[in-house]
Ligand binder design. Structure first.
Ligand code: DGL
Length: 262
């Protein structure tokens, strides 16, 4: 059976890239809810409803586990859906927080996220649970996701928005920054450019892949043979636009992209 991945839009592709590299034998089904993106400004109840709808769709397709490759959905809906389904469901906040705590030498950590993720304080709590003396500053970056969804993440407009948003950090001292939204790795070159030199940028993809591999091993669910089934991408938005971002980010020549109505 395939592994399901969900996000509010194209952001989860940044996690899927890691999963594809580390698990070349696995088949993935990806759902991006681009029609209702961004989730970052929505109420917790809406995020729980939309996340549950995507996981129910994956359940009907048939999956052996699900990765919620969206920080906002992880913050608000992970516990809820874990109680409903009997296949493993994991999020991206714990893996990202763990990597940051392991990486930071000063335990002064900045989290960049959506308004919802920042308000939920999910990263603050996860980091403090692992390093109780850590200093955590979470900064909402509500303008980043629309830039990525529109596909203009390499343009000068993106550079300008990133610079303006990160300006408030100029008086702070920190050595590690978590990209606490899966859309943000697409803006990483600009984010790096506008942070002090030597700052460690943390994405949750690699630590999330470690967790997936561990669960598949434990439950003996990993695929051992390469099969002929290609991964499939579903979007509630425009499949042609979605395809362009898959091709760019995953260097995948002819991905199967379909429209899904939730
Ligand atoms: N990619 C998502 C995240 O990691 C959500 C972005 C959004 O829809 O606001 O938080």
């Amino acid at each position: 059976m395939p592994i399901g991945i969900i996000d509010s839009g194209v952001g989860g592709l940044t996690v899927m890239g890691e999963l594809l590299n580390r698990m070349p034998n696995e088949q993935f089904l990806y759902i991006g809810d681009d029609a209702r993106c961004p989730y970052g400004n929505r109420s917790p109840e809406e995020v729980v409803t939309f996340t549950s709808e995507m996981i129910e769709a994956l359940h009907r397709f048939g999956v052996k586990m699900v990765v919620i490759a969206c920080n906002t959905a992880t913050a608000f809906a992970l516990k809820h859906v874990q109680e409903i389904y009997d296949f493993p469901i994991i999020g991206v906040i714990e893996p990202g927080a763990r990597t940051a705590v392991e990486t930071s030498k000063t335990e002064r950590i900045v989290v960049l996220g959506t308004t919802g993720t920042v308000k939920s304080e999910a990263y603050d709590q996860a980091i403090i649970a692992m390093a109780n003396d850590a200093w955590v500053h979470a900064l909402a970056c509500p303008e980043f996701v629309p830039i990525v969804e529109r596909g203009v993440y390499k343009l000068e407009e993106a550079d300008r928005v990133v610079q303006q948003t990160l300006e408030v950090l100029s008086d702070e001292t920190f050595d590690t920054v978590i990209l606490g939204c899966t859309h943000f790795p697409l803006l990483a070159p600009f984010i790096r450019k506008h942070l002090p030199e030597g700052t460690q940028l943390i994405t949750s993809g690699s630590a999330t892949a470690d967790t997936v591999i561990h669960i598949l091993d434990q439950k003996q669910l990993q695929r051992t043979k390469i099969m002929d089934q290609q991964s499939t991408f579903y979007t509630t938005g425009n499949p042609d636009h979605f395809k362009l971002i898959v091709q760019d980010w995953l260097q995948c020549e002819d991905p199967i992209v379909k429209q899904l109505v939730l």
